[in-house]
Design a protein around this ligand. Structure first.
Ligand code: CA
Length: 239
């Protein structure tokens, strides 16, 4: 899930950015209203968290301008202006939800989850935000529903696909030989051909992109989704 946070309090921005990133979300930030409006219109986000008291352009004006152009991305207002009249005004201008400051992160998260119920992992999830694979912003493997969430869209997996994905996701730097992977996906009583691994690797690659699983000649396979630190970080949010 890709979130735009329009907020001018640096401490709150840092705190929220860290916590959302830890959950596998992509987060862009804007510290004034003009930048926020620009980013909201220029890029595709799944959610906008909008402060009201902002330099250059107030949050309610941003909201109005977005709704005028039939902007459909959910907007959650996060504001210290928290009287019922102010909340009603925000919701009438087109906000999808309104949370007053101060707030608990858990409540913010619960509200976001409600806005995205169908698109978030249900149980414990192992998440990555790969930047080196085009079109792939976030990938989570949900160990409860045993499905992948790719850019917050769910992709159900067969049991064998899930077992293979779990082996890779739970140890993202591990190079696995075909034989070890075969043991991971097979019941002990089952006989399986070793070329079955190639078949299932191809399937995972079809979901995640070819570069997501690296073939290391003579050694086996390795997930590359956690390799971001090896890739020069793109300028992000500080513009
Ligand atoms: Ca503010």
């Amino acid at each position: 899930m890709k979130i735009l946070l329009v907020e001018d309090e640096p401490l709150l921005v840092d705190n929220l950015t860290q916590r959302f990133k830890a959950l596998g979300f992509i987060i862009d930030t804007a510290s004034d209203g003009e930048q926020g409006l620009y980013l909201a219109l220029e890029y595709q986000y799944d959610l906008i968290i909008l402060d009201l008291g902002l330099p250059k352009l107030p949050g309610l004006v941003i909201l109005e301008k977005l709704r005028q152009v039939n902007f459909s991305t959910p907007v959650l207002i996060l504001s210290a202006r928290n009287s019922w009249q102010e909340r009603v005004q925000g919701l009438k201008k087109g906000a999808d939800d309104y949370l007053g400051k101060p707030f608990h992160f858990e409540e913010l998260l619960a509200r976001i989850e409600t806005l995205f119920k169908r698109h978030l992992p249900k149980g414990d999830a192992i998440c990555f935000s790969p930047k080196h694979i085009a079109g792939l912003d976030s990938v989570c493997l949900d160990t409860e529903s045993k499905s992948l969430f790719i850019n917050q869209q769910s992709q159900s997996l067969t049991l064998t696909e899930y077992r293979l994905a779990y082996a890779f996701f739970s140890r993202p730097q591990q190079v696995y030989s075909k034989q070890v992977l075969l043991d991971k996906i097979s019941e002990s009583t089952e006989e399986k051909e070793s070329n079955i691994i190639e078949v299932y690797i191809r399937r995972l690659r079809s979901y995640l992109g070819k570069e997501a699983i690296l073939t290391q000649r003579g050694q086996g396979y390795r997930l590359t989704l956690a390799d971001d630190d090896l890739v020069p970080a793109k300028a992000n949010g500080g513009e």
